[in-house]
Design a protein around this ligand. Structure first.
Ligand code: ADP
Ligand code: ASP
Ligand code: MG
Length: 486
């Protein structure tokens, strides 16, 4: 058996669903189990509908749901033709009616809790799995839809639930594995339910995690992630075009790349596959002839090679300075609790002589929240930052890699650098405005000049922008100036 996961853009239209069906037909002898995301931008739009309803804007809520209803019905008609109507009437219309009831309740004052948010968002994958299964049957594939909420068991942390592996695996073995013997099982990704049957979601992008869980639960031979890029590339194509396709990476490398911004895989999706050494293969549903990236236990390359540049924009750097170093451990403890409570990932941490600096995703109110930790601490927050990581087995121990990276980032205003939090990555925080130029300089240093910069001809290297960046360094107030870390 294999798992084939199709992301939202791989199911965005009737044509995309037909393309997915033709890919699945090529793999029928491997007994595929399909995990599907919501179609295209459905999840975003459901969220907008719920938010609009919750603030009493029924017009906007209605517009979002109408657009979704039209899109789902039109694309279904595109595949099923005249046979669409009974299916739309009996299976799809009731779902939109139920969704509407939820939104009306929200508009009338029902609290918009994380639980209700999960309930609303679950419609995306519930709809897509029904539509894909029906479309596949129409296209000659024996398919059965399974409601993921009956098999993916999670805890009750709504909006980012953690799967309960053993309950999930035992249900998968008892249901999906048996059905998959003689039909293609189609189930929605991203959604699950608590042991009491209350709907949950696994966090944005969570369909990859569902695919990996299903793969582990049914002991699949392979987990295929079908998406809109050729595989894991040496850089995020939205930041820098022309990156190289990585043929093979290790589980650890994939996990690190995903954790630091390579959105093509959900960071939590590697672990279940890794436990059973099931290969993950990332492939392009629009170019199935490309073999994609294989994520496996052992790769052939020598350690110390940079495989991928990842980045995250919208970051902030926080500098905490304490009057007395003895206070530091209680303050960092308080921070750790705060971040755990708020589900905030801190990406780069660096100890300073009189405090600590770290980078994290910026959000409104960050400064106020930080003040609550301890009034006596000096806090400085630098906004509009971006973090860049170089990822590859053993690169943190390769001195030459660090030297080359610093050389490439020579003129960038590096505010924080981390080395040693793992052997697989080196991270730097720079000004967000320098992100593209820094990525381009690093890519040129470790791979080759990228073909183009977001479709535009390549312009300046970071070095030509350095003068400006360097002068900013002096503008940092002494209270927050970093001890030289370069
Ligand atoms: P799906 O809807 O199929 O789950 P996602 O949008 O979640 O697709 O993930 C695919 C996207 O990941 C790509 O379109 C690309 O913009 C982004 N991405 C970020 N970093 C990388 C990378 N290093 N290699 C490939 N894709 C990347
Ligand atoms: N549909 C969900 C999202 O947009 C899950 C996924 O696509 O993986 O986040
Ligand atoms: Mg995704």
């Amino acid at each position: 058996m294999i798992v084939m996961k199709f992301g939202g853009s791989s199911l965005e239209s009737a044509g995309a669903i037909e393309q997915a069906a033709s890919i699945v037909k090529e793999h029928l002898d491997q007994k595929p189990v399909l995990v599907v995301s919501a179609m295209a931008k459905t999840t975003d739009q459901l969220l907008e509908a719920a938010r609009s309803a919750a603030r009493g804007d029924s017009y906007s809520a209605r517009q979002h749901t109408e657009a979704l209803r039209r899109m789902h019905c039109n694309e279904t008609r595109g595949v099923l033709g005249q046979r669409a109507e009974p299916f739309l009437r009996d299976s799809i219309a009731p779902m939109f009616r139920d969704l509407q009831v939820l939104l009306v309740e929200l508009r009338e004052g029902r609290p918009f809790t994380p639980q209700i948010q999960d309930e609303v968002l679950s419609y995306g994958e519930r709809l897509s799995s029904l539509i894909v299964a029906e479309s596949f049957r129409h296209l000659g594939i024996r398919a059965a839809q399974v409601d993921a909420r009956k098999v993916i068991v999670t805890d009750g942390q709504f909006t980012h639930a953690t799967p309960l592996h053993w309950d999930t695996y035992s249900r998968l073995r008892r249901t999906v594995a048996l059905l998959a013997r003689d039909r293609v099982v189609v189930m929605g990704g991203f959604i699950g339910a608590t042991l009491d049957g209350v709907t949950t979601t696994l966090g944005r992008g969570g369909s990859d995690l569902t695919a990996s869980l299903v793969g582990a639960g049914i002991s699949a031979d392979e987990i295929q992630i079908w998406t809109d890029v050729d595989g894991m590339l040496s850089c995020d194509p939205r930041v820098l075009a022309g990156g190289r396709l990585l043929r093979e990476i290790s589980y650890q490398e994939a996990q690190e790349m995903a954790r630091f911004g390579a959105k093509v895989l959900h960071p939590a999706s590697v672990a279940p596959a890794l436990c059973q050494r099931i290969p993950i293969v990332i492939r392009n549903s629009r170019r199935p002839e490309v073999q994609g990236t294989r994520v496996v236990s052992k790769v052939q390359s020598a350690p110390g090679i940079v495989k991928c540049l990842t980045s995250k924009a919208g970051m902030a750097v926080v500098h905490l300075r304490v009057k007395n170093r003895g206070m530091l451990s209680s303050i960092t403890g308080g921070l750790a609790d705060l971040f755990a409570r708020e589900h905030i990932a801190v990406d780069l941490i660096q100890a300073q002589e009189q405090g600590i600096s770290f980078a994290l995703e910026n959000w409104p109110g960050l400064s106020q929240v930080l003040r609550k930790v301890d009034e006596s601490v000096d806090i400085a927050v630098e906004e509009d930052r971006a973090a860049i990581w170089l990822v590859g087995e053993g690169i943190a121990h390769a001195a030459s890699t660090l030297a080359r990276a610093r050389g490439a980032l020579q003129g960038a205003d590096v505010r924080l650098a981390s080395q040693g939090s793992s052997s697989l990555s080196l991270g730097f925080v720079i000004r967000e405005a320098d992100l593209q130029a820094a990525m381009e300089a690093l890519h040129r240093e470790f791979f080759a000049a990228p073909a183009s910069l977001n479709g535009r001809p390549r312009t300046s290297s970071i070095r030509t922008e350095v003068g400006q960046a360097l002068s900013l360094r002096g503008a940092l107030s002494p209270a927050v100036a970093l001890k030289s870390n370069q």
